[in-house]
Design a binder for this molecule. Structure first.
Ligand code: GLN
Ligand code: ZN
Length: 759
C-alpha cells in the first residue's frame, strides 16, 4: 500500500558498461538482436533484485532503456516520425534509427535533460501525429520483474513533460504547439495505465521535472486538467507524480490538489520546497516521497540532517516515504568498485548502491525511530565529521588569496588598447584563420596515452611521441596556411579530466561512468577540496609547439565553469567560491603560458549555458559568478596577449549579455549549420569584439566546398567588419579523421583567400 523507501530511478548502462558494449556490438553488426536483448534482460534482473535485496520497499520499474527514456515514451505512444517508420525496419531498428539516424533519415535532435549532463532525444510532434499505445514495453517489463518475484513501480515520463520537451515536426504550422495534442496523448496514457493496472501494478510513477522550470499559466492549467483526467480513470494504478531538479513552485499546489495518490519532491535541489510544502493543501491524504538523498551528486548524505527534515514533514501527508531527489541515473553504480580511490575521500562518497542503502536507513529511522539504525547513523555522522574537519579539503594559501582579490583582478585594459597592442604583437591579416584546439586523435596517440598509464612506456618516450604528433600538426597547419596555430591537444583524453588530473583537490575514478546519451558515458572527476595548481599543466606542450613555428601558437585551456559543470563538485561551500578557486589555477596557467612566449590563449567555456539555473530568477546570480570566474582566469595578462574563448553553440538566448561581459578578445562559436544569423544577435547587444562563427560543421564527416565557405564568410561580413571576423571550424577536430579535416581546412583557407582578395 505504502511506498516506504524508494529511489526514483537507477543507472542502466551496467556496472561494467555491459549495455554500452552490447549496443556497440549490435550496431556494428557483430551480434544479433537476441544477444543484445539477453544482456538487457540480465541488467534488468540484476537491478531489480539488487534494489529489492537492499531493502527498498518500492522498486522502480521500466527504468531500463536501450537508449533514452524520452525516446522510449515517444515509441510507446506511437510518435514515430514518418521518415523512420517508412524505413520498414523491425521495432528495435526503427528505435535505433530514431536515435542515431540512417543515411536517408536523420535522427531526432538531441538535447540536454534539464540542467544535467544527460541528453535526451527530442520527440517530433505535429498535427498528424497519432498518439496510440503502440509499444507495451512498460507492461512487459512489469511482468518480467514480477516473474522474478519483484513487484515494481513502473516509471514513465509524464505526459506534460513529454510534450513540453517535444518540438513541432516539419509539417506543423507556425501556431502549432505539441501541447495542443495533450488530450489525445492522455487517452494513450490512460490505455497504458489500464493495462498496467490489469497486470497488477499497484503504483506508477510519472516524472514531471518540466515543472521545476518556469511555466506559463496555460501550462499549469494543462497540468491541472491532465492529472484530473488521469486521476478520474477507474482502471488505473495509484499515481505517484515526481517533480525534481528544483522547487515545483506553483505546480506543487496544482498537483497536491489533484486526484493523484503520491507526490515525490526534490528536497536537495529544491531550496524552498520544505517551506512550500507546509502551506500546501491537499497533501493530507497522499503519500509524500521526500527526496532527501541527492540523486545527482556523489557525497554521503548527512543522515541526521535528512532525518530532521523528514521529521518536519511527518503529519503533513498520509505517508511520508523516503526517496532520492531524482533518478540515480546521474551517479555511478558503486563506490566499492573503486579500489584505487584514496580511502579517506572514498569514505565521504556514496554512489548509487550506497544511496539506496541511505534511503533504506532513513526510511527505517523515520518509521521505527533512530535507534533501529543507530550504527548506520553513527557511521554517517563520523564520515560527515571527518570530511568537514579534514585538512586536505582546505588550503590556507588559496583561501587567503581569494580573500585578497579585488575587482581589478577581474578587469583587463580597454579593448581598443588591447586591439592595437595585439595587432602589433601578432600582425595578423584580415579574416585571420585558426582552429578550436584539438586535431584528430589517432589510434597511435590514444595508444601512447594508454601505454603511459599502464606503465608500458616511460614519461620520456611518451613525451617524444607527443612531440612527434605536435610536429606533424604544426607542419600540417603551416603547410595548409593557417594563421594562428594550435598544438592539437594530443595529450588530452578529455578537456576536463586532463585538468582535474593536474590539479590538487580532484580525485578520479576508474569505473565511475555516467550515461551521457545512448551508449556514451562520461567519468566526471570528483572535486572534493580546495583547488591548487601544483605546477604548470599545459605549458610544456604549448611552448614546444611554439618553438616549431614563427606563427603564433594558441595556448588551450578549459574554463572554470566548464570544469565545474563536468565534474562532481563539493557541496560544502557555494559553487561561486569553488569556481573562483579553479579560476585562480587557470589564471596562473594563463600567466605561465604568457611568460613562456605564448601570445594567444583560448579558455574554452562550452558549458557556460549548461549550468544556467532552470528558473530565470536565479540567472543573474549564476551569471555573475560564472562571468567573474572567467574574467578572473583571463585578466592577469598584458594587453598584447590575446584571449580567445570558445562556446559550442550559437543560440545564446539568456546568456548573450554574459558573453559580452566575458570580455574575451575573440569568441568562436558554432554557426555553420545555423548560417550567420547569430552575428546579428551579437550586434544587437553591442558585441564589439573579435568573433569566429564556425564555417565548417565538424559534427559531420562532410567536407565543405570552397564556395559554401565563401558564401558563409560573405554573409558574416554583412554583419561584422573584416577586422573583427575570424575564420575557424565550429568546434574541436578530435573526433574527425585526418583525411576529411585536411581537405576541409584547405577549402576553408582557399575560401578565406578569395574573400580577402575582394575586401
Ligand atoms: N579546445 C577543445 C577542442 O578543440 C574544445 C572542445 C569543446 O569545445 N567541446 O577539443
Ligand atoms: Zn566546441
Amino acid at each position: 500500500m505504502t511506498i516506504g523507501s524508494t529511489v526514483l530511478g537507477y543507472p542502466r548502462i551496467g556496472p561494467k558498461r555491459e549495455l554500452k558494449r552490447a549496443l556497440e556490438r549490435y550496431w556494428a553488426g557483430r551480434c544479433g538482436e537476441d544477444e543484445l536483448r539477453g544482456t538487457a534482460r540480465q541488467l534488468r534482473r540484476d537491478t531489480w533484485t539488487a534494489l529489492r535485496d537492499a531493502g527498498l520497499d518500492s522498486v522502480p520499474g521500466n527504468t531500463f532503456s536501450y537508449y533514452d527514456q524520452v525516446l522510449d515514451a515517444a515509441v510507446t505512444f506511437g510518435a514515430v516520425p514518418r521518415r523512420h517508420a517508412a524505413l520498414g525496419l523491425g521495432p528495435l531498428d526503427t528505435y535505433f534509427a530514431m536515435a542515431r539516424g540512417v543515411e536517408s533519415a536523420p535522427p531526432l535532435e538531441m538535447t540536454k535533460w534539464f540542467d544535467t549532463n544527460y541528453h535526451y532525444l527530442v520527440p517530433e510532434i505535429g498535427p498528424q501525429t497519432r498518439f496510440t499505445l503502440t509499444d507495451r514495453t512498460p507492461v512487459e517489463q512489469y511482468r518480467e520483474a514480477e516473474s522474478l518475484g519483484v513487484r515494481t513501480r513502473p516509471v514513465l515520463v509524464g505526459p506534460l513533460t513529454f510534450l513540453l520537451l517535444s518540438k513541432p515536426d516539419a509539417t506543423a504550422p507556425g501556431s502549432f504547439r505539441p501541447l495542443d495534442k495533450l488530450d489525445e496523448l492522455l487517452d494513450a496514457y490512460a490505455e497504458l495505465l489500464g493495462e498496467l493496472h490489469d497486470a497488477g501494478a499497484e503504483w506508477v510513477q510519472l516524472d514531471e521535472p518540466a515543472f521545476a522550470a518556469d511555466r506559463t499559466p496555460q501550462e499549469l492549467a494543462a497540468l491541472r486538467d491532465a492529472y484530473r483526467q488521469l486521476g478520474e480513470l477507474s482502471r488505473r494504478p495509484k499515481l505517484l507524480v515526481a517533480g525534481y531538479f528544483g522547487d515545483l513552485g506553483e505546480a506543487l499546489g496544482v498537483l497536491a490538489s489533484s486526484p493523484i495518490e503520491g507526490l515525490a519532491v526534490d528536497l536537495v535541489a529544491g531550496s524552498s520546497t520544505v517551506d512550500d510544502l507546509s502551506g500546501v493543501r491537499g497533501l493530507r491524504d497522499k503519500t509524500l516521497v521526500a527526496g532527501l538523498v541527492d540523486g545527482r551528486n556523489v557525497w554521503r548524505t548527512d543522515l541526521d540532517a535528512a532525518l530532521s527534515t523528514g521529521a518536519t514533514l511527518l503529519g503533513m501527508a498520509a505517508e511520508v516515504a523516503v526517496g532520492t531527489s531524482c533518478s540515480l541515473l546521474h551517479v555511478p553504480y558503486d563506490v566499492e568498485a573503486e579500489p584505487d580511490l584514496d580511502p579517506q575521500v572514498k569514505s565521504w562518497l556514496a554512489f548509487a548502491a550506497q544511496k539506496v542503502r541511505e534511503v533504506v536507513v532513513l526510511g527505517r529511522a523515520l518509521r521505527e525511530g533512530r535507534d533501529a539504525v543507530a550504527d548506520e547513523l553513527a557511521g554517517a555522522r563520523a564520515a560527515i565529521a571527518d570530511r568537514a574537519g579534514a585538512d586536505r579539503i582546505r588550503n590556507g594559501r588559496v583561501r587567503s588569496r581569494l580573500d585578497s582579490l579585488r575587482p581589478e583582478h577581474a578587469r583587463r585594459g580597454a579593448y581598443d588598447d588591447r586591439r592595437v597592442a595585439q595587432q602589433k604583437s601578432l600582425g595578423l591579416p584580415p579574416l585571420p584563420t585558426t582552429t578550436i584546439g584539438s586535431f584528430p586523435q589517432t589510434t597511435d596517440v590514444r595508444k601512447a596515452r594508454a601505454a603511459l598509464r599502464s606503465g608500458t612506456i616511460d614519461r620520456a618516450s611518451y613525451k617524444q611521441r607527443m612531440r612527434d604528433e605536435i610536429d606533424r600538426v604544426i607542419a600540417l597547419q603551416e603547410e595548409i596556411g593557417l594563421d594562428v596555430l594550435v598544438h592539437g591537444e594530443p595529450e588530452r583524453n578529455d578537456m576536463v579530466q586532463y585538468f582535474a588530473e593536474h590539479l590538487d583537490g580532484f580525485a578520479s575514478t576508474e569505473h565511475g561512468w555516467v550515461q551521457s546519451y545512448g551508449s556514451r558515458c562520461v567519468r566526471p572527476p570528483i572535486l572534493y577540496g580546495d583547488v591548487v595548481r601544483p605546477q604548470p599543466m599545459t605549458v610544456e606542450w604549448a611552448e614546444y609547439a611554439q618553438r616549431q613555428t614563427r606563427r603564433p601558437v594558441k595556448g588551450m585551456l578549459t574554463g572554470p565553469v566548464t570544469i565545474l559543470a563536468w565534474s562532481f563538485v563539493r557541496d560544502d561551500q557555494p559553487l561561486a567560491d569553488t569556481a573562483r578557486q579553479v579560476a585562480l589555477a587557470i589564471r596562473d596557467e594563463v600567466h605561465d603560458l604568457e611568460s613562456a612566449g605564448i601570445r594567444v590563449v583560448q579558455v574554452d567555456e562550452p558549458a557556460l549555458r549548461e549550468l544556467l539555473p532552470l528558473r530565470a530568477a536565479e540567472h543573474p546570480a549564476y551569471l555573475d559568478w560564472a562571468v567573474e570566474s572567467f574574467r578572473l582566469a583571463t585578466s592577469g595578462v598584458a594587453d598584447s596577449t590575446q584571449i580567445h574563448t570558445h562556446l559550442c553553440y550559437s543560440e545564446f538566448g539568456d546568456v548573450i549579455d554574459a558573453i559580452v561581459a566575458l570580455d574575451a578578445d575573440v569568441t568562436s562559436i558554432e554557426a555553420a549549420r545555423s548560417r550567420m544569423e547569430v552575428l546579428d544577435d551579437l550586434n544587437a547587444v553591442g558585441f564589439g569584439r573579435g568573433v569566429g562563427p564556425g564555417v565548417y560543421d565538424i559534427h559531420s564527416p562532410r567536407v565543405p566546398e570552397v564556395d559554401e565557405v565563401v558564401d558563409l564568410l560573405r554573409a558574416a561580413l554583412e554583419a561584422v567588419p573584416a577586422r573583427r571576423l575570424w575564420v575557424n571550424p565550429d568546434c574541436g577536430l578530435k573526433t574527425r579523421g585526418y583525411a576529411e579535416v585536411e581537405a576541409a581546412l584547405r577549402n576553408v583557407i582557399s575560401a578565406t583567400r578569395q574573400v580577402r582578395a575582394s575586401l
